[in-house]
Design a protein around this ligand. Sequence first.
Ligand code: ZN
Length: 158
Amino acid sequence: MNERSGKLPVHGRLHHVATVVHDLDAAVRFHREVLGLPLEQIADVPSQEVRIAFLTAGESKIEIVAPTTETSGVARYLASRGEGFHHICLEVADIGAELARLAAAGVQLINDAAVPGVEGPVAFLHPKSCSGVLVELIEAPGGPAWSRLGLVETQRGE
Ligand code: ZN
């Protein structure tokens, strides 16, 4: 424990690791029944042509993504690379400030401003700038992008 524990977000906390699969229901069943992880939610994301599930894994989560069309970016990724690891997501206090800092440092951004995600404001960094790993940033609840994007924090399990 230190003075940063409690309500203050810790910069860089691993929010989730995401995988892509063909069959979301089968993957959720495996994670719940075999790995023993609680299901937090399943959501349709029509704008991305995917269905996603979030499962709790201690302080972090596992996101499972499955395409709902054959034309989405995730469907093309799945067709070329198969099932498996897709991205990591790190939590930051102020996503706008963090994107500005990273852009100034020469990091290639996929989103130069936060967009609404299922769990809050998010933005992606290009794998070319991140050792080949697709990196997502998510702003901690209560950060400035939440109100700017009109997002409302939904309390779960508290
Ligand atoms: Zn994600």
